[in-house]
Design a binder for this molecule. Structure first.
Ligand SMILES: N[C@@H](CCC(=O)N[C@@H](CS)C(=O)NCC(=O)O)C(=O)O
Length: 419
């Protein structure tokens, strides 16, 4: 297999998506960045069904960064694992042969290389709040997005088959069986293994409409979540809202019927280009907004009262060497959650960013969240992953046959601990 050959997506030829992302009719907004041209073009490994690939691809398309779009299969998964230590997408290889992983540090890396049009607000308070919201969209919206994909037999049957055909077509078995095995793995790990039971089901189910309503309220008077141009928080919410809620048939019906403004926003973000302001030439020139839209209250409340306490509990369980823990707050009780080391890293980064604000900036952040309680950002957690996630990644050695076999068939478990 030639790893540089874009694989075929079942919905539309991959090549057309690629052409959209580097459209020669658009002005080259990155022409002032001569240094970066050494890294181009990027090989971007992704999956057309994937949460984080959707976030990542929307960002690259908006920034008009040229890339080869390569859909992963199991063999490419081994290659990605060999260079990144994870069988996870998206992953990027630069033209110099350096590797990058994880959308959060990747966006920071690309923002430094392509500063012409920034998606992260320059104001320190807005920047910190954007990072916090990004983390919430990445990590806390994940459970509900997995639930809406895998809970209903109709949706899960369709997705299992689609993933079998698109991602595991090189497993030595019929794609229908590959799809069924993958469906079983996802349900076991991300539904029953991630706190879903009769008591928690209503919270997990309702999380999608809750956040969709918040986005609808925010979008009442503006095309994007922080005003008239896309920013980090738009790309972050594209994680759950694009490849899961917009593309998967069962949650997509909920979006069409109940949240049409969110449906319009998804297509707006997907089709936005930094060189092409929406409708009005004045649009896109101003600063980002200050999170004052009332819809943010729903999300801020969740962050203060549920998500940060959860991150603290996860970090405490990690420090105590546990592999599972129960988490309870007023809104939900989640039993036997896996300890996720990566989320200790998320907390560590957020705490560092919060601590590096000046006193008045920290007070402005606190004031935004004060109606809902105190921001818990003082665990001093040490995740052990900071070095691992420095980009570009340090080159890794060859891997043995056993590791190859594992990466091909099993992948890297979500709750894998790397000390
Ligand atoms: N924190 C990572 C998460 C990447 C991730 O979890 N990717 C999922 C797809 S959305 C994956 O590749 N999973 C592979 C698997 O479950 O085997 C990021 O932001 O890129």
């Amino acid at each position: 297999m030639n790893s540089h050959e874009p694989t075929k997506s079942s919905y539309e030829p991959t090549k057309s998506s690629h052409e959209n992302s580097v459209n020669s009719h658009e002005p080259d907004i990155n022409s002032h960045e001569p240094n970066i041209k050494n890294h181009e073009p990027f090989d971007v490994y992704l999956a057309d069904v994937s949460y984080f690939s959707g976030k990542w691809e929307s960002y690259l398309r908006y920034k008009q960064i040229p890339f080869n779009r390569i859909e992963m299969d199991a063999a490419l998964g081994v290659e990605i694992y060999r260079h990144t230590g994870m069988r996870k997408v998206p992953a990027v290889k630069t033209a110099r042969g350096e590797w990058l992983k994880d959308t959060t540090p990747m966006i920071d890396w690309f923002e430094r290389q392509y500063p012409q049009v920034q998606v992260v607000p320059g104001d320190p308070v807005q920047r910190f709040v954007s990072k916090l919201v990004e983390d919430y969209a990445d990590e806390w919206c994940w459970r509900s997005a997995m639930y809406h994909r895998w809970r209903s037999d109709d949706n899960a049957g369709f997705l299992g088959h689609r993933i079998g055909r698109e991602v595991f077509n090189d497993w030595p078995m019929p794609v229908s069986l590959a799809g069924k095995l993958f469906k079983y793995r996802q349900r076991r790990t991300f539904m029953w293994g991630d706190g879903l039971d009769n008591n928690s089901e209503s919270y997990i189910h309702d999380h999608y409409p809750l956040v969709a309503q918040a986005l609808t309220d925010i979008l009442q008077d503006q095309p994007f979540l922080l005003g008239d141009k896309p920013s980090l928080v738009d790309f972050a919410f594209m994680g759950p809202f694009f490849r899961h809620y917009f593309c998967d048939p069962v949650p997509a019906k909920i979006m069409r019927d109940q949240f049409p403004q969110v449906l319009a926003w998804v297509t707006r973000v997907w089709s936005s280009r930094a060189s092409r302001p929406v409708n009005d030439p004045e649009i896109g020139k101003g600063d980002f907004d200050d999170f004052s839209a009332s819809g943010w209250h729903i999300i801020f409340k969740e962050i203060v009262q549920i998500y940060l306490p959860y991150l603290q509990a996860n970090a405490k369980a990690f420090d105590e060497g546990k592999t599972r823990f129960d988490f309870s707050c007023d809104a939900v009780h989640l039993k036997k959650l896996p300890v996720v080391q990566y989320r200790c890293y998320c907390l560590q980064m957020l705490e560092q960013q919060y601590q590096s604000l000046s006193e008045p900036e920290r007070q402005s952040v606190d004031q935004l969240f004060a109606p809902f309680g105190e921001l818990l950002l003082n665990s001093h957690t040490e995740s052990g992953l900071v070095e691992e996630l420095q980009l570009p990644l340090k080159p890794r050695g060859e891997i043995g046959l056993r590791e190859k076999f594992h990466a091909f068939f099993v992948g890297t478990p979500w709750d894998m601990i790397k000390k």
